[in-house]
Design a protein around this ligand. Structure first.
Ligand SMILES: Cc1ncc(COP(=O)(O)O)c(C=O)c1O
Length: 395
């Protein structure tokens, strides 16, 4: 992909050119044709609002079919939710009546703050313990991670909760072997896959998580407010409504709780969900496997240039399995991240999270289809020129 091609693709987005936006991971970006489809649905609904609720099941169903094909799963095992935070909350709320005092929910110390809160809230109501088991960095291999994590399992572990791709450290954890062991041990598995759809091909039926939530609005180019919750058939009976509405009845358990308890809750704007098939089509028409590969290589090159320059050790193996388009670049441990961030914003117009996680300093770079090499070069120039002035005396 040449610079001019990347420039051309940038025109397919609404993004301002006044900033170098290297933070797709936080909120995503929706291209014009997908956004137009989203708005077309809004107009459609306004033409005859009365048909809106009536045709909702049919419309939702069509969109879910496309998403299920994309995620390699039965669309009947999917519910649309507004975001991954909601997906996690549906699960934590559902498991509240199942967890008992003393039970343990095992997770890592790499989890996303809002979702930690959801678990702490649910565990607080039940007397269960939420355990952020430390996974030290660097991680050297899949086995290294699996053994580090599994050492936290005890006879009281009832649930394993993991980010598939982590927020503060941008690592993609290998899940399959853990889930095999969990199933053998009778432990439920819950995944926060907020960053994964679009960055990786998902085979949800094959992965074997009991509950998996992921965002369409981060890396799949869908409008904001689009995410899904995938629930294995044999645990769907555990789902309870987060918002109680038409789908719940006092004397009857729903046969389709994903729809009745999760998707149906009063009058709402469903247009963003209707545009998810257009987002899938946008990715297909741009040959997403190639796009992702190019973005990954651009990110990897940037990572290596900066880490080599400062002599920092990568926090994980430098392979696609560990990071795709969300790239963890390790900076020296004694970097003043606030000062560096200010320079990058004020002088380079670079937007990117500069994260302090334990003693590690991580620049979390996002490379998406619209990112140009010029932008990455400017980021490298900014960091290599100014970082030495941002080092403190001690780490
Ligand atoms: C790992 C992880 N989980 C969950 C979320 C929350 O996503 P949302 O705001 O779409 O609910 C984020 C947001 O960046 C995240 O990084």
């Amino acid at each position: 992909m040449t610079q001019s091609n990347a420039e051309q693709i940038r025109n397919e987005f609404f993004l301002t050119r006044e900033w170098r936006l290297l933070n797709n991971g936080s909120y995503g970006a929706c291209p014009k044709p997908v956004f137009e489809e989203f708005q077309r649905w809004q107009l459609e609904v306004e033409k005859h609002p009365g048909t809106f609720i009536g045709r909702w099941p049919e419309w939702f169903g069509q969109s879910r079919e496309a998403l299920g094909a994309y995620l390699h799963c039965d669309p009947k095992d999917l519910a649309y939710v507004t975001n991954a935070t909601m997906g996690v909350n549906v699960v934590t709320n559902s498991l509240r009546s199942w967890l008992k005092p003393g039970d343990e929910v095992l997770t890592t110390n790499h989890e996303y703050g809002a979702c930690n809160h959801a678990w702490l809230f649910a565990c607080g109501k039940t007397g269960a313990k939420y355990i952020n088991h430390p996974i030290e960095l660097p991680i050297t291999s899949d086995d290294d991670f699996v053994e580090k994590f599994w050492s936290g399992v005890t006879p009281r572990t009832r649930v394993i909760y993991l980010s598939h791709t982590t927020s503060p450290t941008a690592l993609t954890f290998p899940l399959k072997e853990l889930f095999r062991r969990a199933r053998e041990a009778g432990i439920l598995t819950v995944v926060d896959g907020a960053h994964v759809p679009g960055q990786r091909d998902l085979f949800l039926d094959d992965l074997g998580a009991d509950f998996y939530t992921g965002n369409c609005h981060k890396w799949m180019c869908a409008p904001k407010g689009t995410a899904f919750l995938h629930v294995r058939k044999d645990v769907q009976h555990m789902i309870e409504p987060l918002i109680v509405s038409h789908g719940w009845q006092p004397d009857k358990k729903s046969a389709q709780p994903l729809y009745d308890y999760v998707e149906i809750f009063g009058t709402r704007d469903i247009s963003a969900f209707m545009a998810v098939p257009a987002a899938i089509e946008f990715m297909r028409s741009h040959d997403w496997v190639q796009v992702r590969e190019r973005c990954h290589l651009m990110g990897m090159e940037t990572k290596r240039t900066i880490e080599n320059y400062f002599g920092t050790q990568s926090i994980c193996p430098d392979t696609f399995e560990w990071f795709s388009q969300l790239v963890p670049i390790r900076l020296p441990d004694n970097t003043d991240m606030a000062k560096l961030g200010q320079i990058m914003r004020d002088h380079y117009k670079v937007e990117m999270p500069l994260i302090t996680w334990n003693n590690f300093k991580i620049a979390r770079l996002s490379v998406q289809i619209y990112t140009t090499q010029d932008e990455l070069d400017a980021f490298v120039e900014g960091v290599t020129t100014h970082l030495n002035a941002c080092l403190t005396a001690t780490a």
